[in-house]
Design a binder for this molecule. Sequence first.
Ligand SMILES: C[S@@+](CC[C@H](N)C(=O)[O-])C[C@H]1O[C@@H](n2cnc3c(N)ncnc32)[C@H](O)[C@@H]1O
Length: 215
Amino acid sequence: MHLLDIIKHSLESCFLFRNKLFKTILYEIFYRYKYPKSNHFFKPPDNYPAAYYFIYKISKFINKKKISAIVDLGCGSGRLTNFLSDQTEAKIYGYEIDNESYQIAKENKNHDVKIFNTNIVDIDFKSLEAECFIFNGPLYRSEHRSDFEKLINSIHDCKKKLSKKYYIIGINLDEDKRHNAEDRNYIFNNKNLLKIVVAGPNKKVKFFEYDPKDF
Ligand SMILES: C[S@@+](CC[C@H](N)C(=O)[O-])C[C@H]1O[C@@H](n2cnc3c(N)ncnc32)[C@H](O)[C@@H]1O
């Protein structure tokens, strides 16, 4: 990214995270300094890493729920995967379609993180023991809608046969006209919504809990 794009993106982010601006900036400075390796890599239009403020909240949730294995669906260059491997006891799996982002994530990954250069629609969830699926922005346009539905339904199909609760964490699921992003809330049921962290009108993290007994 060019310097001008970085300045524009930073100013825009300040506006978007306005409800939690102080915390967002503070966490960003602190953790960028603590985890310098791949974390500054952005690749428009698709690879915008999650804010550290959100990632921190996700790590707290994972520790509280004692979640043992996590999948980052579209892991970009590995900001979230490395943070969670450091701050939680969980096994971490990251899947990324873009080859450049995948290479960076792979080269910089912590030893206990597994990174795959795979389309998330092709993941065989049956062979994964994951209990938590993190979704930050892939499959956001109208042409991706059927793949998005296939993905979420295949997670449910595989997990509902088991007896354990599982979690889907959705980052920025709201419509976003700047990126032609469609609303992605509709597939998640409000009764499963455990918690929501809000940093701005369409900067939110939603934590959904599913109990196979409910299917
Ligand atoms: C907004 S970034 C999120 C990165 C990281 N998960 C985070 O939260 O910091 C979304 C990533 O999903 C990837 N992606 C988009 N469609 C994908 C697909 N079908 N399969 C795998 N990765 C995909 C993009 O290349 C991008 O790196």
